[in-house]
Design a protein. Structure first.
Length: 166
């Protein structure tokens, strides 16, 4: 039987002890997996580029001014997402990650719902994101949420840029 505990999406940092250390561990898993998928696997967090290690070491500083959302299944942090502070009526979604052991339970959708609601409440008119081309499942998810491919604002090869109106 699959554990289907209720999912809660909370703003971090918050009052949930379960969410307190969640972002660092989730960001570490995200960056390690991404580097491996790019063919640049590293043995651990110490092998990551400086900017990624900084996010893991101190998410509060790395995302100061942004909104970090954490998905909780019971008392376990199982997903995260960052919504950047609005600039010129736009915000960006970054670092959407669900623990692989918890995928298929609507966690990424719950995080996206919360992120888009936050963007709407913040007066944002457009939300954008970038995703690696090989992450076809993520691209399909974003398309279900109304994101469409747009002209790239990032020159990294195989990066797909998407956006949608709020």
């Amino acid at each position: 039987m699959t554990d289907r505990r209720e999912l809660a999406v909370v703003r971090w940092p918050g009052r949930s002890p379960a969410a307190e250390n969640g972002p660092a561990a989730l960001l570490a898993a995200y960056h390690l997996r991404t580097e491996a998928e790019k063919g640049e696997a590293v043995a651990g967090v110490d092998g990551l580029p400086d900017r990624y290690r900084a996010e893991i070491a101190d998410p509060r500083a790395a995302f100061a001014g942004d909104v970090v959302l954490v998905a909780l299944s019971g008392d376990t942090a199982v997903g995260c997402l960052v919504v950047t502070a609005p600039a010129d009526g736009r915000a960006e979604i970054k670092r959407l990650w669900t623990d692989p052991a918890f995928r298929g339970r609507g966690i990424a959708s719950g995080l996206l719902d919360a992120a888009l609601a936050h963007a709407a409440e913040s007066g944002v008119h457009t939300v954008r994101l970038s995703v690696w081309a090989w992450r076809t499942g993520a691209i399909a998810l974003y398309e279900r949420f109304g994101f469409t491919v747009t002209e790239s604002w990032d020159e990294r090869e195989r990066l797909v840029c998407m956006e949608r109106a709020v």
